[in-house]
Design a protein around this ligand. Structure first.
Ligand code: SF4
Length: 332
């Protein structure tokens, strides 16, 4: 490859984090993400093969990417996911390789994923009430998620992070119960502000529970202090419990955007690069790779795409336009 300069944009940000969506499918139907019925899935032939994903990842690692996160849809519903994990892990010793999952398949898969070289696990869970879980996810599978978390812990993943989205009218009263449970179980709970990326376009500012409100509820029972020395490019702002029993985080994507430190790009399951969650433009690397582009040509296309990376999202501006792709087809 000729140009192995880091991937930089016009704002001086450097891309270090590659999120790879391996499928747009999911075994849940969370109300803030997908409609109950009628999703049109990507055709199988459009999905990048594991070989194509690994090749793209290798080029990115040569260009300075240091971490890869596997996402979906739900990544564990793609067949033989540990095979891909093993291929990616072989690209670079010590690669920070992680996954965001709903946890349903971890009982069956946690050990294989660990053995294949996965380092970290984030599990999405928005409620501790099984009935409410059923309402939010439209599937009665709460206990499988809990069992999946326990399986991840049993095979040695640490720390285990739990991602929760709170919405008014659904689960806004769960900040404290989830925080308390995280302390008891040793999970790092992170509350993510709901973003306008749902297929049904039902997002509204009124339904969003701001990070400041969540933190105030938690701090009223468990005093918090900002955690020192955290990575500024990490989306979560972390707080330590003053009694020393762990940490809690907020990802205030809407009310306190952190785009100025963003170091992420996303590869969709059908091989498109998105330089921002809210990109209105995509760059087609599937056709480039299938058309015979060399590694150097892939690198050049990537440099050109990252150079045009959006300064940030426009959710708080009157010019905001929701992208056509929903979150499940982008990857978190
Ligand atoms: S909105 Fe876009 S620029 Fe901002 S942090 Fe997310 S991906 Fe990065």
């Amino acid at each position: 490859m000729t140009n192995i300069q880091p991937l930089t944009d016009t704002q001086g940000r450097v891309v270090r984090d590659l999120r790879i969506s391996v499928t747009d499918r999911c075994n849940l139907r969370c109300v803030y993400c997908m409609p109950a019925e009628g999703m049109a899935w990507l055709p199988k032939d459009d999905l990048l093969t594991y070989e194509e994903i690994a090749r793209f990842a290798r080029v990115c690692l040569d260009l300075g990417v240091t971490g890869i996160r596997l996402t979906g849809g739900e990544p564990t519903v793609r067949a033989d996911l540990p095979v891909l994990v093993r291929m990616l892990n072989a690209l670079k010793p010590g690669l920070d390789l992680s996954i965001t999952t709903n946890g349903l398949k971890l009982v069956a898969m946690a050990e294989d994923l660990r053995d294949a070289g996965l380092k970290r696990v984030n599990v999405s869970l928005d409620t501790l009430d099984p009935k409410r879980f059923h309402q939010i996810a439209r599937r009665d599978r709460f206990h499988e998620v809990i069992a999946g978390l326990e399986a991840a812990r049993r095979v040695g993943f640490a720390p285990i992070k739990v991602n929760a989205v709170l919405m008014r009218g659904f689960n806004e009263d769960e900040a404290l119960p989830l925080a308390r449970w995280g302390r008891d179980q040793g999970y790092e709970v992170r509350f993510i502000e709901w973003m306008p990326l749902d297929f049904q376009h039902t997002w509204s500012r009124e339904k969003l529970v701001p990070a400041a409100e969540i933190l105030a509820q938690i701090a009223a029972e468990f005093p918090l202090e900002p955690t020192r020395g955290t990575d500024p490019s990490a989306p979560a702002t972390l707080y330590s419990y003053q009694d020393g029993r762990g940490r809690v985080g907020v990802i205030a994507s809407v009310t306190r955007p952190f785009c100025g430190h963003c170091d992420r790009i996303r590869l969709t399951a059908d091989g498109q690069i998105r330089t921002c969650l809210f990109s209105l433009k995509e760059y087609d690397f599937r056709n480039a790779m299938r058309g015979g582009a060399s590694d150097g040509e892939i690198a050049a296309l990537l440099h050109a795409a990252v150079w045009r990376k959006e300064p940030g999202h426009l959710i708080n501006s009157p010019f905001f336009k929701q992208p056509e792709r929903g979150m499940s087809a982008i990857g978190g």
